[in-house]
Each structure stands twice: as structure tokens, then as C-alpha cells.
Design a protein around this ligand. Structure first.
Ligand SMILES: Nc1ncnc2c1ncn2[C@@H]1O[C@H](COP(=O)(O)OP(=O)(O)O)[C@@H](O)[C@H]1O
Ligand SMILES: [Mg+2]
Length: 305
């Protein structure tokens, strides 16, 4: 009736409130679920952002008798931003050549490389690359800190800026106390740490590492592996790590690109689905051993020591 206030029985009233509350909770749950999905999508698409792409990449050299040496053929590879990629294969299968093509140190004779949608040369000119090679290229006459500052000096960074950055890098690689030492006063492992610190100095997006630890003893190597993973996580770089050691590749990387020789080619890509952060104990697990076997079995036309 007009003017009459409708009275709702208490049980219906409670039920209405309960239904509204349930509906509200459901809506919020659905909303949160969608939000989470969107976030996961965002994370995944971020993770999937392709940083380096090679298309039908090939390199043919001439040997002493002017004969063709096919170092690499038909390499098609996509590497995502922030990935840790191992390039693995026996000696002479083209690992260094592939790395050099990406880093603009070698011109491909076939196909091309795109990095962040640019040519390797354009990316190199923007100082987005860092390099760590097998032999630490440190200058004897400069202290460790001055060695780390060198690329920043070349790039014209101010004295204060490069000193602060070098201190930060020294701290990161655990060499703070050795800042004023000379390279000859350091062990091989410490020299390689200094080398890593120098490579990170200019804050590159992509780090190229060509068998950086192969000259080091096992204990030093393992410590550096753990430290490298910590630094990689903290800095979110894309790392291309060349190695001929299967265990090293499995322990460090997200994916292993297996290169096989004669001619050098990409014969397999193996996902390394070991949880992170990883500690050395993971090497004792059955899964680690299985992955090592899987990688070893993926070589074609050649075995690996
Ligand atoms: N500058 C060059 N001139 C001629 N041949 C080369 C040159 N660089 C590499 N090669 C040849 O290309 C092949 C791949 O070499 P490389 O990429 O250094 O292999 P890896 O790093 O896997 O040991 C080898 O057969 C090597 O001898
Ligand atoms: Mg090599």
C-alpha cells in the first residue's frame, strides 16, 4: 500500500544481508582473480619480451688454403629479456662465433641478428653490452678500482660518479677490501670477479660471457657460479654464457642452446626447469642428473667431454 513501509521478516532480512555479503565476496574474489590473472599475464608477457633474435644466421670463414670453413649455419634463436642462456658445445662448434655475431664483433655471412629491434652495431654503440672473457683483461699498472673505472672513464663519466659506481661494483663482487690492490696481487678467481665488476660498471642490458670460469679450479668456480646467479638476479641482465661444461650450463641457465659441430649448428634447446634461487646442493638431485643426461644426449654428430 502507498505510504506503508514494507517490513521484512528478520530471517529474510538476514538472508538478504547474507546473500549480499556472499555476492560481494564473490565479486571481490572474481575481481582479485582477474587482477591476479592480469598480473600474471603482465609478468609472463614481460618475461616473454624478446631481446635477441637470430634469423638463419651463418658464418663461413676461409682457412689458410682459402677453403670455406662453415663455423655456423642456419641458427634461429630467440632470447628473452632477463634470461640466462648457456651456449654449450664441444670445442670448435661455433659458440664464440655466435656470441661475437650478437655482440657486433663478427659480421654474419648469412642471415641476421636483431637486438631490441636494432642491429648489434646500434646496440653496441649505445653501450648496452658488457663482456667477460676467459682471461681477465686487467691492466697491471692500474689498481683494481681503477680497472673497474676504466670503461666509465672512456665514456666520459665524472670522477665522482665513476668512483661511486666502482665502489658499488666492488661491494657487489666481494672485492671491497681489494680496491687499491693491483691485479697481480689477486688470485685468478678474484681477477675474474674484478672483470665481472668492470663489465657491470656501465650497467649493460646484455652480458656476454665466453668461458669466463674455465681456467679456474672447481672450488673457486662453484663460488663464482653462486655469486653470478645472485648478481644476475639482483641486476636483471640478459646473460649469454658460453661453456663446454654441461654441469655448469645446467646449474646456471634457464635454457641451454646446444651447438653441435661440423658444421656448427643449433641442435637442441633444453629448458632447465630447476627452481630458483639455486644452491650447490641442487647438483645432488636426481632431476639435475637427468637434465645433464638430457643435454648430453642432445648432441648430434659429436660427443662432449
Ligand atoms: N677468424 C677465423 N678464421 C677462420 N676460421 C675461424 C675463425 N674463427 C673461428 N674459426 C673456425 O670456426 C669454427 C668455430 O670456431 P669458434 O666459434 O671459435 O668455436 P668454439 O668457440 O665453439 O670453440 C672453428 O672451426 C674455428 O676454427
Ligand atoms: Mg670459443
Amino acid at each position: 500500500m502507498p505510504g506503508q513501509i514494507e517490513t521484512i521478516p528478520a530471517d529474510r532480512y538476514t538472508a538478504t544481508i547474507r546473500n549480499t555479503a556472499t555476492g560481494l565476496i564473490q565479486s571481490v574474489t572474481v575481481f582479485l582473480f582477474l587482477l591476479q590473472e592480469r598480473n600474471e599475464e603482465a609478468v609472463m608477457s614481460k618475461e616473454r619480451e624478446i631481446e635477441i633474435k637470430t634469423r638463419n644466421l651463418g658464418v663461413t670463414f676461409k682457412d689458410d688454403q682459402d677453403k670455406d670453413v662453415v663455423a655456423l649455419t642456419n641458427v634461429n634463436l630467440e632470447i628473452c629479456k632477463g634470461e640466462f642462456i648457456a651456449l654449450l658445445g664441444p670445442s670448435g662448434c661455433g659458440k664464440t662465433t655466435l656470441l661475437r655475431c650478437m655482440a657486433d664483433l663478427q659480421k654474419p655471412t648469412e642471415g641476421d641478428v636483431h637486438i631490441q629491434g636494432m642491429t648489434p652495431k646500434e646496440v653496441r654503440l649505445q653501450q648496452k653490452f658488457g663482456f667477460v672473457f676467459q682471461q681477465p683483461v686487467l691492466f697491471d699498472w692500474r689498481t683494481v678500482k681503477k680497472n673497474i673505472e676504466l670503461p666509465m672513464e672512456i665514456m666520459g663519466r665524472s670522477k665522482g660518479e665513476r668512483s661511486d659506481r666502482a665502489d658499488e661494483m666492488l661491494e657487489m663482487v666481494g672485492l671491497k677490501e681489494f680496491a687499491n690492490h693491483y691485479p697481480k696481487q689477486l688470485s685468478g678467481g678474484m681477477q675474474q670477479r674484478a672483470n665481472i665488476a668492470r663489465a657491470f660498471g656501465l650497467d649493460p642490458d646484455i652480458l656476454f660471457m665466453d668461458e669466463p670460469f674455465s681456467a679456474l679450479d672447481e672450488f673457486t668456480k662453484e663460488k663464482l657460479h653462486e655469486d653470478l646467479l645472485r648478481i644476475w638476479r639482483a641486476t636483471n641482465k640478459t646473460i649469454l654464457f658460453v661453456t663446454h661444461n654441461i654441469q655448469e650450463g645446467v646449474f646456471l641457465s634457464d635454457r641451454i642452446c646446444v651447438l653441435s659441430p661440423h658444421p656448427g649448428r643449433l641442435s637442441a634447446i633444453v629448458d632447465i626447469d630447476i627452481e630458483r634461487p639455486r644452491s650447490l646442493e641442487v647438483k645432488d638431485s636426481v632431476h639435475f642428473t637427468e637434465l645433464v643426461a638430457k643435454v648430453r644426449n642432445s648432441f648430434e654428430g659429436g660427443s662432449i667431454a
